[in-house]
Structure formats: structure tokens, C-alpha cells
Design a protein around this ligand. Structure first.
Ligand SMILES: Nc1nc2c(ncn2[C@@H]2O[C@H](COP(=O)(O)OP(=O)(O)OP(=O)(O)O)[C@@H](O)[C@H]2O)c(=O)[nH]1
Ligand SMILES: [Mg+2]
Length: 634
């Protein structure tokens, strides 16, 4: 368990940590000279064998809230120190607000300096503390009166903390390994050591780790948890990691960086977040306000842009995009604090919703629906809402990345929701079965419409279908009707499925319904009616085009274009030409015969058509086949 102190300057935080652990954490000469904590102090405590508690002692001075914030990012319990003589003071309130906004799970109050006050004042101080906590998330937190230097009142406080640590030690440590670095130093003989709180997961000696935002690949050479050499460290522990790796020199780890399992988290300079204001706060800062984001142990200047158009009821979070001055490492659900850089005031707190938001269109209704989906705590409901927010197929890769899901976890969620998963250009796409069936019906309808509009045409190709479908988008929530890359992938998947099931036939680049035959125009039908008797009269020696044109009283080009259309639709075969080719081949051959390959090479028509043509010539009596080669009859 990790406990951090909190509270106004000089109220006795460091003294209390020393009374509990025996460690005086103010090590810096400046701190000792001024009797004031400047930076974070660390101590460990072993209330029972095998039970390890790490203490982070924070400074109380109002100018040092930045350091305080680096110490409370990943704690399990806050020890709020209030001096009985002063009662709650400004940084008592500010620290308390920060702990609430960060969602720190437990709070315990130590009412110090009880030796300096009389019983009525002690009662009054207790009432002030109760009133302070009353309306917030820590209402009813236990309060322990102590005189730390004398050790009075410590025993019940320590018992309570030990019990909390025991309860926590039994909880699992799920998720990817992530550690928020708060110190980095060189140790003679060992090299680079970083310390920090393990926020999630487990790390072992020998593990590969990634230093973010630098992006360097490193290795865990050694591990200590609270001063003891160990093989593994897990969420809820503070640990020191001795790092190794070729990149180490260049990487220069420092407070605010993260050490994570490879692939566990991203690096970004824009964060889409849910922001919560403390009760009774004024308006949202404008886009020009200079703010500082405190996330993990990092502090980064940032600007803010409100995303949601509607002001939610008081107490409800707002969706906001943070534009950071430099990249940070962040993962879904990370809690953070926003402060006003100039006024040194805590403004708001929040949770990371999407660290991978698109650069453009961050206020589009569909994007806001995505954010609302991602903000849901339960992963299955979040995925359901994510899928339903997409006008066609949802980007499952983005969802998994944004939520920090491992591939197996993502796949399990897809199964639970019964999604139809398709291969998209940038990873899997998903949609509900009902929507998938509707999409397939829509594609078939589009092909039917095409046939109805252009009965003499074979059928549309994929690009034409895409244009047609994009021009008439289905009614879907927040659908812009734009021709998106997602729709392309969905169309291709739909076509493949329809061809596989026999609902469509591929004909070259075109698709058509199996029952569709191109229908002739009236002119072509009339032409066919006039030509047919003339051709039949010609038998196996049909008239040449010029004669035909004269007989029909048609200009030659018009006739030839019409013939070409009829040939294209399979209604005529240019026998004369085909037979002529056969004669030419036979004449050129020493024994007057030829095979299919020779016919194909001479005519340039495809292999399949060649087979049909030469069989037709055999059937028509122009040639005969001896099982191997074709020869001219008489
Ligand atoms: N009489 C009495 N003095 C105390 C008690 N606790 C702390 N003090 C004294 O109060 C002064 C400030 O104590 P610290 O522990 O340094 O206070 P702090 O909260 O750590 O201060 P910062 O870290 O600077 O915010 C010191 O002189 C302590 O000896 C107490 O319970 N009784
Ligand atoms: Mg102190």
C-alpha cells in the first residue's frame, strides 16, 4: 500500500511520518535549514511481517503544490494532517480537493498538535474537520487525534493503517505494468535507478520495459520494494528499478516519465478527457487560459478546448480536449489535475477518455458519441456504445488502443457482443449482426437498382457501387453520409460475402445478380430482328459487313457498332471472322491442323473463349477434332 500525507504547511506531516516509521524524510539541507519540506520524502513501514507500506511525505507550502501533486498520483490512502490549533487552512482545503478530484480511494485524518490545545478547542477542531469533509467524497473519514513528538494517540492510527494495508494486499494487480517515475539517480556500481509508484500490473527482474515519452527500450536489471531486494513488484507498491539498456544514456529518465510494459501506453500531445470541477466553481477557462496538467508525476503546460456543445447539469463532467505543450504518456482512465499556471490555483480534475483522438473533427457529433462510449467504465457497455456510435462499421483497433486492451481481452469482448468483425485497412472493423445483415441487403438493393436503371449493362463495379451508396446514406445516428474509408472496407466485405453466398456474381470487375441478363434497347432489338433472317440465310457463310450494310440500308459504322453490342451480349457470334482465322491457321501449318494454343495466340482472345470458339467451329462443321488437333473439313 502507498500512503501519502497531505495538509497545510507546518501542520506536522513530516513529524507524523517520522513518528510512525522512524524515518525523517526531509533530507535536503535546504529543507532541514528551513524546517520545511521542499520536495517529496519517502519512508517505508512494516507494521507486520510481510506487510509493506510506503509513505510519501509531501510539502504543504502553497508554492509547492506541484511537488505535492507528483506524490499523490497513485496512492491508495491519503493521510490528511490538520493541526488542532489552526484547524483547516487553505492548503488543507486545496489538498483535500486534489485528493477528491484524483479519486484517491481512502482518506484518514490525523489531528496533530493536540498537546497544544485545551479540550474545548480540540472538540471545535474535530467539528471543523467533520464540516470540511461533510459534503465531499471523504465524508465520515476516521479522525485520529495525536501528539506526534510524544507518540500519544499513534497506536490506534497505526492499527487502522495496518488494517487497510492488509485488506489491500489481497487484491489482484491487473493490467499492463506502468510506473510513474518520481526520482531518477545514478548509483555507484549499479548505474541508473528510478523510483516510483507502480500504478498497474506487475514487473519482474529481466522484463523489457519502455521509457515514455522518450520511447526507449530498456530492461529491468534489479528491483527493490521499500528497501528490500525482490524479484517482482506490483500495483500498490513503491519500488526502485535498476535499469539497463543501450538507450539508457540518451534516454535520461526524470520525474514525470513513465516506465511501462512494451505497448502498454501511448504518447500524445492531445488528450480527450472528462473534466470535473469542484462544487461551486466558476466558468470553464477559455481557450487562451494557461493551464498546467498534472498527470502521474508529470507537470505539462496545456490549453483547453471544450468539446461538448451543451453545458451539462452542475456536478456532471464535461468533455474537453487538452492541447499539451509537450507529449506525455497517458492511458485510459488516468486521473489528473488541472491548475491555473499564473494564479497557482487548482481548477479541475479529470480522467483520460481517449489519448488517441483524431486531430480533426473533435467536435463532430459522431466523435462526441465515441467519447461518451469510451467514458463508460464497464468495457462491454463501452464497446456496445462505441459500435453503435459508428454510422457503418466501428474501428475496433481504436477502441482497443484507447481502452488499453490486450488482444485477447479485445477479442473476448467482440465475442461477448456477437460482433461481425471485418478486416479493415487499418485493423479490424466491427458491427452488430443486425446491422451487417442490413448492410448486405443494402448492397444487393443497390445492385438491383443499378440493373433496373441500366438493364442493358452488365452491372456496377465496386467504385460505382461505393459512389451510389455514399450518395444515399442510410439513416444512422449522426451519419454525415460522407464516403469514408470505413464504408469502403465494409462494401468490399459485403461484396465478398454476397459473392460467396451466391447472391451476386462477379463478371470481370463488375458484379451482377445471377439472374440478370443485359436487356436490349429497342433499336438494338429491331436491328437483331432485321439481321437474323439475313444471317440465317447465309448459313455457314454469313455476309460480310459491307454487304449487310447495303442490304439493311445502314451506314457501315452504325451497323458495326450495333453488331458489336449484340456480340457483346452473346446474341451474335462473328462466325465468319472466327472461321477465317481457323482457315488461316490451317493453311500456315504443314499438315493443315492446329491446336487450341495456336488459335489463341493467333486471335488474341482469352483461353476460355478460345476453347468455346474452336468447339463451336467443330460443332458448326467448319473443323473436325481428332482428340488432339483441329483440321478443316472439306
Ligand atoms: N507540539 C507539537 N508539535 C508538533 C506536532 N507535530 C509537529 N509539530 C511541530 O510542528 C512543526 C512543523 O512540523 P512538520 O512536521 O515539519 O510540519 P509539516 O506539515 O511537515 O510542514 P511542511 O512539510 O513544510 O508542510 C515542527 O516544529 C514540529 O516539531 C505535535 O503533534 N505537537
Ligand atoms: Mg513536512
Amino acid at each position: 500500500m502507498i500512503i501519502a500525507t497531505a495538509g497545510h504547511v507546518d501542520h506536522g506531516k513530516t513529524t507524523l511520518v517520522q513518528a510512525i516509521t522512524g524515518v525523517h524524510t526531509d533530507r535536503q539541507p535546504e529543507a532541514q535549514a528551513r524546517g520545511m519540506t521542499i520536495d517529496l520524502g519517502f519512508a517505508h513501514w512494516q507494521p507486520a511481517p510481510g506487510l509493506r507500506v510506503g509513505f510519501t511525505d509531501v510539502p504543504g507550502h502553497e508554492r509547492l503544490v506541484r511537488n505535492m501533486l507528483a506524490g499523490v498520483a497513485a496512492i491508495d490512502l491519503a493521510l490528511l494532517v490538520v493541526a488542532a490549533d489552526d484547524g483547516p487552512m487553505p492548503q488543507t482545503r486545496e489538498h483535500l480537493a486534489i485528493l477528491g478530484l484524483l479519486g484517491v480511494p481512502q482518506l484518514v485524518v490525523a489531528l496533530t498538535k493536540t498537546d497544544r490545545v485545551d479540550p474545548p478547542r480540540l472538540l471545535a477542531a474535530q467539528a471543523e474537520v467533520a464540516a470540511l469533509l461533510h459534503s465531499g467524497p471523504f465524508a465520515g473519514a476516521p479522525v485520529f487525534p495525536v501528539d506526534a513528538p510524544a507518540g500519544h494517540g499513534l497506536a490506534p492510527l497505526c492499527r487502522h493503517l495496518a488494517a487497510a494495508a492488509t485488506a489491500l494486499a489481497r487484491q489482484p494487480a491487473p493490467g499492463f505494468f506502468r510506473l510513474a517515475i518520481d526520482r531518477s539517480f545514478a548509483v555507484d556500481g549499479a548505474g541508473r535507478v528510478v523510483t516510483g509508484a507502480v500504478v498497474s500490473g506487475t514487473v519482474r527482474v529481466g522484463d523489457a520495459v519502455e521509457l515514455l515519452p522518450q520511447g526507449s527500450g530498456l530492461r529491468v536489471r534489479g528491483l527493490q520494494v521499500l528497501g528490500e531486494v525482490v524479484d517482482a513488484a506490483r500495483a500498490g507498491q513503491r519500488c526502485a528499478i535498476n535499469l539497463a539498456g543501450a538507450d539508457l544514456k540518451r534516454a535520461a529518465p526524470e520525474r514525470g516519465d513513465w516506465l511501462v510494459a512494451p505497448g502498454a501506453a501511448g504518447v500524445t500531445d492531445r488528450l480527450d478527457v472528462q473534466l470535473q470541477w469542484p462544487a461551486g466553481t466558476a466558468a470553464v477557462p477559455g481557450p487562451r487560459a494557461q493551464l498546467v496538467l498534472h498527470l502521474g508525476a508529470a507537470a505539462v503546460p496545456t490549453r483547453l478546448a471544450v468539446l461538448d456543445a451543451h453545458v451539462p447539469p452542475p456536478g456532471h463532467p464535461r468533455l474537453v480536449r487538452l492541447h499539451l505543450a509537450r507529449p506525455v504518456s497517458a492511458a485510459w482512465g488516468d486521473r489528473f489535475i488541472l491548475r491555473d499556471a499564473a494564479a497557482h490555483r487548482t481548477l479541475a480534475g479529470g480522467r483520460v477518455v481517449d489519448a488517441f483522438g483524431p486531430a480533426r473533427g473533435s467536435r463532430q457529433p459522431q466523435r462526441l458519441a465515441q467519447l461518451a462510449a469510451l467514458a463508460q467504465p464497464d468495457p462491454l457497455s463501452a464497446l456496445a456504445a462505441w459500435v453503435d456510435s459508428a454510422p457503418d462499421a466501428a474501428d475496433l483497433a481504436h477502441f482497443a488502443r484507447a481502452r488499453g486492451l490486450q488482444p485477447a481481452e479485445a477479442a473476448a469482448l467482440h465475442r461477448q457482443l456477437g460482433l461481425q468483425v471485418l478486416a479493415g485497412p487499418a485493423g479490424p472493423l466491427g458491427l452488430r449482426q443486425s446491422r451487417w445483415l442490413a448492410w448486405q441487403a443494402r448492397v444487393l438493393q443497390a445492385v438491383d437498382d443499378w440493373h433496373a436503371r441500366q438493364p442493358d449493362n452488365l452491372g456496377p463495379d465496386a467504385a460505382a457501387l461505393h459512389r451510389q451508396l455514399s450518395a444515399a446514406p442510410v439513416a444512422a445516428p449522426a451519419s454525415g453520409g460522407a464516403a469514408t474509408p470505413v464504408a469502403q472496407a465494409l462494401l468490399h466485405a459485403s461484396l465478398t460475402a454476397a459473392v460467396a453466398s451466391g447472391s451476386l456474381v462477379r463478371d470481370g470487375l463488375s458484379v451482377r445478380r445471377p439472374g440478370h441478363r443485359p436487356v436490349l434497347t429497342d433499336d438494338d432489338a429491331a436491328l437483331l430482328a432485321r439481321i437474323t433472317p439475313l444471317l440465317q440465310a447465309g448459313g455457314l457463310r454469313p455476309p460480310i459487313h459491307g454487304d449487310l450494310a447495303l442490304q439493311l440500308d445502314l451506314p457501315l459504322p452504325v451497323l458495326q457498332a450495333g453488331l458489336a453490342r449484340l456480340v457483346e451480349r452473346g446474341l451474335l457470334v462473328a462466325v465468319a471472322q472466327l472461321a477465317q482465322e481457323a482457315r488461316g491457321l490451317a493453311a500456315a501449318s504443314p499438315d493443315g491442323s492446329y491446336d487450341a494454343a495456336a488459335y489463341r495466340d493467333r486471335t488474341g482472345i482469352g483461353r476460355n473463349l478460345t476453347v468455346q470458339v474452336i468447339e463451336f467451329l467443330d460443332r458448326a462443321g467448319v473443323t473436325r477434332f481428332d482428340g488432339r488437333r483441329h483440321r478443316l473439313r472439306a
